[in-house]
Design a protein around this ligand. Sequence first.
Ligand code: ZN
Length: 319
Amino acid sequence: MQRWLAGLMAAGVALAGCGGSDDDGTADGSSGRIEVVASFYPVAEAAERVGGEEVEVSNLTPAGTEPHDLELTADQVDRLEDADLVIYLGRGFQPAVEAALERRDGPTLDLLEEIEVGEGAIEALEAEERGEEAGGADDEHAGEEIDPHFWLNPRLLSQAAEVVKIEMAALAPAAEATFDANLAAYQKQLADLDGEFETALAGCARQEIVTSHAAFFYLADRYALTQVPIAGLSPESEPDAQRIADLTTLIKDRGITTVFYETLVAPDVARTLAREAGATAAVLDPIEGLSEDDLTAGKDYSAVMRQNLAAMKAALACP
Ligand SMILES: [Zn+2]
């Protein structure tokens, strides 16, 4: 993964000629804050932490909704056109956002593009398919669709935050020292989280995490776990009966105790599989968004990741 550092360092170069997005009267000229639109939660969090007081971040995906199939309001489309910076994930992660961005000329940051996650993700998908022991991997998108869920590896979110900082500093050079300090604090928090995961997940009795959609590759890759997804990269993909039968056998053979489902997607398939295989269904949150309750409770990415860690430690019988 270190190879994408080169891409990271190049990310700040593409901003020349982006001026004028504040001249349409929509920005609050008196505050001088950069207006950033982020397309879903983890990206919004990174932008807020790095930008701090200098930046006004709005998140297109409402709390408690699943980002893949986001529909935009007319207001949001306007905001996408007028913002000083738009941060999103391309490659079909949120098609409505990409469609709206076709009408924008200001700076945009596609994190999947800038951090060059694509090539590695394709290799990863292919390797996962080859190594899959449940058999019958039926994801018709294998090898062409990109796994977008990089933020589930805290190191990759940390690198994304660095790209965000470079873009913000290009828009507001006077604030660069502030952005640098904010970035350092956020990266320290993510590094601590990464260390906790590494320690806690070493020496577990099992390595397989059975998940409802294939969102956890980067997490599994980082901590030497094996993701066994019930369905494909999109929460809408449905497993067929053969896949369920194969997974039931795998779960019984390996003594897997837990089938994970997500917070923002109906848990029916995971619950059915758990029942058939004699396992328990439990939450593993892909942090595609936080719920209203999470936000009210002051939770953030790191807090939900720690909930995930506790769930995995129990499921994998870690020391
Ligand atoms: Zn997803």
